[in-house]
Write a protein that binds this ligand. Structure first.
Ligand code: SME
Length: 137
C-alpha cells in the first residue's frame, strides 16, 4: 500500500518534476488566495528561495493574474513595469490560474532564465496541469 502524500507534498512533487524535466523551467511554484484577503500566499515551490511570500492582488505578474483570471506570458521581464523581481537571473515568466468551481483560487508561477522560452504548448500544458491540481485541492 502506497503512503498518502499530503496536498502540499503532492504540489511540491509536481514542482520538482516540472523543474527537473523542462530545462527552461527554473523556478516553479504555486501561489494561492490567502483566505478572504485580497492577496496571494506562496505555497510549495522549487527553486531559489523568495522573499515574496505574500503578494497583494494587482501587484506583479502574479497579482495581475489573480484579478484577470487569464494566463500571463512574459517573454521579457525587463519590459514589464508591474513586475516583482525575485532573482536577477530570471528573464521570462509564465503564470496560469487555477480554477475550482469557476473561481480563480490560485496559480502556477514559472520563472525562466532563458529569454522568451514559452510557447502555446507551455500554456496548454500548464492549463492541463492546473486542471489536475484543481482536483486534488
Ligand atoms: N515575479 C513574480 C513574483 C513571484 S516570483 O517570480 C517567485 C511577479 O511579478 O508577480
Amino acid at each position: 500500500q502506497q503512503t498518502e502524500l499530503s496536498v502540499d507534498n503532492r504540489l511540491l512533487a509536481i514542482c520538482a518534476l516540472l523543474e527537473k524535466e523542462i530545462s527552461y523551467y527554473n523556478w516553479v511554484g504555486f501561489y494561492f488566495k490567502n483566505g478572504d484577503k485580497s492577496e496571494l500566499k506562496l505555497g510549495p515551490y522549487v527553486g531559489e528561495p523568495t522573499s515574496h511570500t505574500i503578494i497583494p492582488f494587482g501587484k506583479g505578474i502574479c497579482g495581475q493574474v489573480a484579478i484577470s483570471n487569464q494566463n500571463f506570458v512574459v517573454p521579457d521581464v525587463s519590459a514589464q513595469d508591474n513586475y516583482i523581481a525575485c532573482s536577477l537571473t530570471v528573464k521570462a515568466e509564465i503564470v496560469v490560474p487555477i480554477f475550482v468551481n469557476n473561481q480563480n483560487i490560485g496559480q502556477i508561477d514559472i520563472d525562466s532564465n532563458t529569454p522568451d522560452p514559452f510557447t502555446d504548448m507551455d500554456e496548454r500544458f500548464l492549463e492541463f496541469v492546473c486542471k489536475k491540481v484543481a482536483t486534488i485541492l
